[in-house]
Design a protein around this ligand. Structure first.
Ligand code: C5P
Length: 234
């Protein structure tokens, strides 16, 4: 699996998104479409971006009963995206059904990734609100193992957790890591941040980068800088 930089297109309108993507002339970055853009602009807009030559990570984080997730994944499989995700908290059976739904009649399917614990969940919340007695680290590793057992391809995690997950699950199990900042850029609301170069060292397979690229004075130059640091290309 080749490493890649995924740009988080956290916009709420088609106009903003296309104005941003139009800046990229000689290269077509892998992009992440999240709930905001999907619910605002709909499935046809996903097809529009795909037809412009971008790979797409559709970040909708499905979490429901197995049958509903399977049927929804079947619908998403027809959008021809490259990566989808679910919450590992939905359980092994739900994740297995997700794969079934996502698999197209010709046997191909997008990559399927699990969210283990959201980075907005603190250790305190885990124990006192969700009543999960294990540590955050043990919970994340256990959920990652469940995802692997269900046949998923990887997890979303912090670059700081990527090495441990690969060691405890499997080296080829993909780690998709947000929380990326350049040495000299603002942290925004991210807490545990890593540069693209360090994410590479920690073993991330894909970095997800939003504001350091979307809010940069020169987004194309910022994207290329990410690629140079993370995949030594462009
Ligand atoms: O702008 P920034 O680089 O912080 O954007 C990171 C992207 O990754 C956002 O779309 C955010 O929702 C997503 N994300 C995250 N942390 C997670 C999962 C997803 O920052 N644990």
């Amino acid at each position: 699996m080749n490493k890649d930089v995924i740009i988080a297109c956290d916009f709420s309108t088609q106009e903003q998104t296309l104005t941003f993507l139009d800046k990229f002339q000689d290269v077509k970055p892998f992009v992440k479409i999240g709930m905001e853009l999907f619910y605002a602009c709909g499935p046809d807009f996903v097809k529009t971006i795909k037809s412009r030559g971008h790979k797409i990570f559709l970040d909708l984080k499905l979490h429901d009963i197995p049958n509903t997730v399977k049927k929804t994944m079947h619908v998403l499989s027809m959008l021809d995206v490259d990566m989808c995700n679910v919450h590992a908290a939905g359980g092994i059976e739900m994740m297995k059904y997700a794969i079934e739904g996502l698999t197209r009649p010709d046997g191909t399917r997008p990559l399927l990734i699990a969210v283990t614990q959201l980075t907005s969940t603190s250790e305190d919340m885990l124990h006192n609100e969700l009543l999960i007695g294990n540590t955050m680290n043990d919970t994340i590793v256990h959920y990652a193992k469940n995802a692997k057992n269900a046949g998923l391809d990887g997890v979303v995690c912090s670059p700081l957790e990527a090495g441990e997950i690969k060691m405890q699950v499997e080296n080829d199990f993909l780690t998709i890591t947000p929380g990326i900042r350049f040495e000299d850029s603002k942290k925004d609301d991210q807490v545990r941040i890593t540069t693209p170069a360090l994410a590479r060292e920690f073993g991330s397979d894909f970095i997800v980068v939003g504001r350091p690229i979307t809010m940069a004075d020169d987004p194309v130059a910022a994207y290329k800088k990410c690629c140079q640091e993370f995949i030594h290309k462009l």
